[in-house]
Design a protein around this ligand. Sequence first.
Ligand code: G3P
Ligand code: CA
Length: 286
Amino acid sequence: MKRIVTVLAGVGIAMSSFAGTVGAEQAEPTSIVSKQEQQKMINVAHRGASGHAPENTMAAFHKGFEMKADYIEIDVQMTKDGELVAIHDTTVDRTTNGTGAVGSLTFDEIRQLDAGSWFGPEFAGEKVPTFEEILDAFRGKVGILIELKAPELYPGIEEKVAEALIERNLQNPNNEKIIIQSFNHESMQTSKELLPNVPHGVLVGGGWANVTDEQLAEFATYADYFNPSMGIVTHELVADVHEADMKIYPYTSRSQEQALRLFDLGVDGIITDYTEHVYKHPVKNS
Ligand code: G3P
Ligand code: CA
């Protein structure tokens, strides 16, 4: 078993072994992370830098930007009165001091909620941001990986997202790093028709470990990314996704070991709560 030593942002982290941590594929890493590998790995700050700040708030997105993520990932839903907002759950209960379904509350009602205190008192007063605020604050500065969350609850959300992007001229191939993804694959087909030059992705859960080449080929007719739960990623899956001419950004890495395993498997990007685990800093091998 190889030993791996990384130096991240000046802090040495000794990784003595992966054996027995998370299954057979992780137990035998075949390579060590080189500086070159780190430099080309796409680093996606999941819900913003959500290991350091309350998810899907401007504080988390700014933190991801400051930490030099390549992309911030945001979850987009729609209020009762048609405003696009960034929030993960389909209710406000977990991440704000309010209660109720996102789609049953008006924007004014949601905007009054505190979306930061649950994470820490220093974030008291953080608001649920609008999609347009996020675009205006971060376009051209950092990539934006837009997840349409539960779009089946919000008829017309694909059109609203497209309108906001087109208003800002973000619909073109040179689109300042915008990607749209969803677990709802029909929604992605709809969105791709509206925004044919914007890269799209299909998100899949742990039940897709045995995805076939035919299924991947079908996804590739409208998607550029196949983004799975990280537990199902293997060398073979990565090769199959690449063979289908898509990229693969697994979610959600929350430890250094998990990030290094994904490096070893040859993925194109890592969606992580901890940007520092995928940092573009020198790596020392031993
Ligand atoms: O970007 C992928 C990831 O965000 C999907 O899972 O539940 O965190 O939205 P979830
Ligand atoms: Ca998400």
